[in-house]
Structures are given as structure tokens and as C-alpha cells.
Design a protein around this ligand. Structure first.
Ligand code: ATR
Length: 291
């Protein structure tokens, strides 16, 4: 690295577990770029200050992870349309005027991962079922709607959160976050008690909850009603083969694991900061998982 190194990083609290420095570090080395991508441990009460300091420090931008994505959303100078609909920012780019531009690439990462893992799948083909109603679910739902899913069925333990997400994304124009007449009526909520009924005729099932993560119980969802042609994706990637994916694979469904979402969501930021369009390869996947 020289004194002219291009600077970026990932801001979160805590940040020690983040695989993003390893991921970007791999690409910087692979493409021979004079740059650095560093972990930035920033407590929530100092996040606004830290984000505003990026241009003064010479940073080209940064990624933002939990629990700072909503603070980043409120702090940046400009929002791209996708981040505006998601209410959260995971990628900040400092533009040529020194302004902070907020984007959100989580939905892009989700969709690129699913398309790369199952090239035959297309969002238009049938209803998608999304389990969960947190920030990750919001990114997945926006991506599916933008990709032309005819219907997105939300199931979540706490019905109120799913209702809120559906209302946000199907609201009247001008009503606020996510307003888009084209999505009205395409997001429906199925009660947790009758959640298995949502699987009937679905073309995609995505778990966005923490269930199935190492140390957590498996997602409590019987797959009997899911067509065997439906693609099953878990955004959990530790372990790679979650109980949900194992159950889906055993009954013959195509499956895509979650690591690719992390890798693909990183591509737009890397390209903006370092000027090279990076590739997701099997070697990269192995390298990131080993870390
Ligand atoms: P993120 O922003 O990463 O998506 P989150 O906002 O904490 O994280 O959301 C976690 C998701 O996992 C939620 O949909 C949550 O359901 P609730 O809205 O009912 O809390 C879901 N989740 C967590 N523990 C769960 C459990 N034991 N059973 C079912 N769903 C669970």
C-alpha cells in the first residue's frame, strides 16, 4: 500500500466478526489495486459523526452493517431510489463533490446469488414466499418486486411486522417509504399459524430469519405443500447447509445457499470505490468461508 492508497471499509458495532474486510482484501490483491478496506468499529451514538467524517478522512466510501444501516439512511446527503424504498443504507459512496450517496445492495446481492445458483429460475414464474419481516426481508421483497414477482407472500412470527412491511411496500404514491403503485396488492401476509398454506403453488421460498443459524433452532416450517420445482434459498450461511436447505434438498427441490448474497452485495461498492468490477468465483467463496 502507498500513501495514495484508495480507502474504504465497513462500519458496524461490533465489527470483528465481519467477513467483508477479508472479501474486499481478496479482490484488492487479485486485481493488484493500491487500496485498503478496513473494519470500522463505530458505536451507534457516534455513527453519524463517523459517517460525516468519511470525506475529510479521504475515504471513497464504506459499507454499513448492523446496527447502523438506519442511522446511515438518515445521515447521508443523497439516497438512491432502492435505498429510499428499503429505509436502510449498506453502501456509501463519496461523490466528486464530497457528498455522501447512500445505496442499498442487499436486494441486488440476494437476487444475483439466486440467479447465479439457479440460472433457470425467474422471479416472474410464480409467487415467492418470504419468511421474516426484518431488514433482510425488506431487501429481499423489494428485489423480488423489482424483478417482476407476481406475488410475494410474507410469513412472520409477529404478524404486525409483516403487515407493516406489506403496507410500506404497497402504499399509495406519496404515502412514504416504499410507495410504488406498481407493487400495490402484490405483497400479501399469511398468518404464522397457517403459514404452510403460503407454500401452495410457490416458485420460491426464502428464509430471512435467524432460524437455522448455528446455535439457533431450525426454521419451524413443514414443506409438504411446496411444489418440488420451487427454488429454496436461505440467507443464513453459517452453516451453509441449514436444516431448511437439507429438508428441501431431500425432497428434490433445487436449493441455493446464502453465502453468495454476502459476496454479490459487495460488488457495487467495490466497483465504485476501486474502479474494477469484481467477480464472484468459487475460489473467493472458499477463501471467505475459511476466514
Ligand atoms: P434482520 O434485520 O437481519 O432481518 P431482525 O429485524 O432481527 O433481523 O429480524 C429477524 C427475523 O427473524 C424476524 O422476522 C423475526 O421474527 P419476529 O418479527 O417475530 O421477531 C424472525 N425470528 C427470530 N426468531 C424467531 C423464531 N424463534 N421463530 C420465528 N421467527 C423468528
Amino acid at each position: 500500500m502507498t500513501g495514495k492508497a484508495k480507502l474504504a471499509g465497513v462500519m458496524g458495532w461490533p465489527i470483528g466478526h465481519s467477513r467483508s474486510p477479508r472479501l474486499h482484501g481478496y479482490w484488492l490483491a487479485q486485481y493488484g489495486i493500491d487500496g485498503a478496506y478496513v473494519p470500522l468499529a463505530v458505536a451507534p451514538d457516534r455513527a453519524e459523526q463517523a459517517i460525516r467524517a468519511l470525506p475529510a478522512l479521504g475515504f471513497r466510501g464504506c459499507n454499513v452493517t448492523v446496527p447502523l444501516k438506519e442511522i446511515a439512511f438518515r445521515t447521508v446527503d443523497l439516497l438512491d431510489p432502492v435505498a429510499r424504498r428499503m429505509g436502510a443504507v449498506n453502501t456509501i459512496v463519496v461523490d466528486e463533490d464530497g457528498a455522501l450517496v447512500g445505496g442499498n445492495t442487499d436486494g441486488f446481492g440476494f437476487l444475483e446469488n439466486v440467479k447465479a445458483g439457479c440460472p433457470d429460475w425467474s422471479a416472474e414464474r410464480g409467487p415467492a414466499v418470504v419468511v421474516g419481516a426484518g431488514g433482510a426481508a425488506r431487501a429481499v421483497v423489494v428485489a423480488l418486486l423489482d424483478a417482476g414477482a407476481p406475488e410475494v407472500r410474507l410469513i412472520n412470527r409477529t404478524a404486525a411486522r409483516a403487515e407493516e412491511l406489506a403496507a410500506d411496500l404497497g402504499a399509495d404514491p406519496g404515502a412514504g417509504l416504499g410507495s410504488d403503485p406498481a407493487t400495490t396488492g402484490r405483497v400479501t401476509v399469511v398468518d404464522w399459524v397457517s403459514r404452510e398454506t403460503a407454500l401452495d403453488g410457490a416458485g420460491l421460498l426464502v428464509n430471512t430469519t435467524t432460524q437455522g443459524m448455528a446455535g439457533q433452532p431450525p426454521l419451524d416450517l413443514r414443506l409438504d405443500a411446496l411444489p418440488v420445482s420451487a427454488l429454496v434459498n436461505d440467507i443464513v450461511y453459517a452453516p451453509l447447509e441449514t436444516p431448511l436447505l437439507a429438508a428441501a434438498r431431500a425432497r428434490g427441490n433445487p436449493v441455493v445457499d446464502g453465502i453468495g448474497m454476502l459476496l454479490h452485495q459487495a460488488r457495487p461498492g467495490f466497483q465504485a470505490w476501486f474502479g474494477v468490477e469484481p467477480q464472484v468465483t468459487p475460489d473467493l467463496t472458499r477463501f471467505v468461508l475459511e476466514g
